[in-house]
Design a protein around this ligand. Structure first.
Ligand code: HEC
Length: 316
């Protein structure tokens, strides 16, 4: 056998590698990328003393012996396997037939992402909706709504936001209706309530005497007398129009007095008519010193009008 010079063997191996696009064939090692051409000193020939750097020297028994020259001996020409010359064709991918139900599932429309927040919001909406049904919302143009606004602006500073009292007396928990009832015998509580807010403590005393409200009132400080709470309330003759004053009185009766629904509905109609009568008469503000009897007479007029309208409806 003729000895082939080493450098020729090396060149031939490089040429083969270039042609095939595959790293020079090693002896079976698939990861022979940095494989040194044949002829390199055999692995381990020049080996740094093991353990010097604390890192195992390549090829010193490590599993990744990649940089080690595959050809163990320069004398043996690594015979390229014929198969290695032709780059192995990547295996043709055979698509497995997709079952129709899988295709259907993939094509089916999924739930749009925005549905999730909508679904989460549904119970909140349901609670809100039920609450909405239970209590008719205050009509933004109605007396109750307007009264709430007036109350918050003008009265809450003394009587508290919820009517629980402060400088002024407590109105909530039905207290205000004990003083100005809807159904007291011989006393028009609605008229008394309106006249009280028009006149305040001082004028009320001048017109009616020291007792205000239902003379048959029960509970603490009954019957009510002007100044008995240790403070007095001013009058609202000029600062509130007939409508504003009527509205805040209605609001107190519903929100703090806890008027029952039926009476509340009736008083609303009466008070609307009361506002209407005054507006027809060109009265913008109720006069300071108006008596409970005078307000009561006007309310009776309004009550009669409401009753007549209801009879008309009933008669068809
Ligand atoms: C400056 C504080 C103050 C303001 C503002 C005020 N009040 Fe009064 N209110 C009082 C005081 C004090 C009394 C008790 C008066 C007395 O004993 O003479 C009172 C009593 C009342 C009463 C009688 C309660 C009862 O059961 O004896 C009603 C009703 C009332 N106020 C309604 C109103 C309304 C409506 C407004 C707003 C338009 C209003 N008040 C604004 C201080 C105030």
């Amino acid at each position: 056998m003729v000895e082939v010079p080493e450098h020729l063997l090396k060149r031939a191996a490089e040429a083969r590698a270039r042609l095939s696009g595959v790293a020079a064939p090693g002896d079976g090692g698939e990861q022979a990328a940095p494989a040194a051409p044949a002829g390199w000193p055999a692995a381990g020939a020049v080996r740094p003393p093991a353990g010097r750097s604390g890192v195992a020297a390549p090829g010193a028994g490590g599993e990744r012996a990649a940089p080690a020259a595959p050809a163990a001996s320069p004398a043996v020409v690594p015979a390229p396997a014929p198969a290695a010359a032709v780059p192995a064709q990547p295996p043709v991918k055979v698509e497995a037939p997709v079952a129709p139900y899988v295709t259907a599932a993939l094509q089916r429309k999924t739930i749009p992402y925005w549905v999730i927040p909508v679904l989460l919001f549904l119970p909140i909406w349901a609670i809100y909706y039920v609450g909405y049904l239970e209590r008719p919302p205050a009509d933004p143009e109605g007396l109750l709504f307007e009264g709430g606004e007036v109350y918050a602006e003008v009265c809450a500073s003394c009587h508290g936001g919820t009517g629980s009292g402060g400088t002024g007396r407590q109105l909530s928990g039905g207290e205000v209706l004990l003083t100005f009832p809807a159904d007291a015998a011989g006393y028009d509580g609605l008229a008394g309530h309106i006249a009280w807010v028009v006149n305040g403590s001082e004028q009320t005393e001048l017109v009616e005497g020291p007792v205000y409200g239902d003379p048959a009132r029960t509970g603490v400080d009954s019957p009510r007398t002007v100044g008995s709470f240790g403070a007095v309330m001013g009058n609202f003759t000029e600062s509130l129009t007939v409508e504003e004053l009527t509205a805040v009185v209605y609001y107190e009766r519903v929100a703090h007095g806890e008027l029952d629904d039926e009476t509340a509905a009736f008083e609303l109609e009466v008070l609307e008519e009361f506002v209407h009568i005054n507006s027809e008469a060109g009265v913008g503000n109720l006069a300071l010193g108006v008596s409970v009897a005078e307000v009561s007479a006007q309310l009776d007029e309004a009550r009669a009008a409401v009753a007549a309208a209801q009879d008309e409806v009933a008669a068809g």
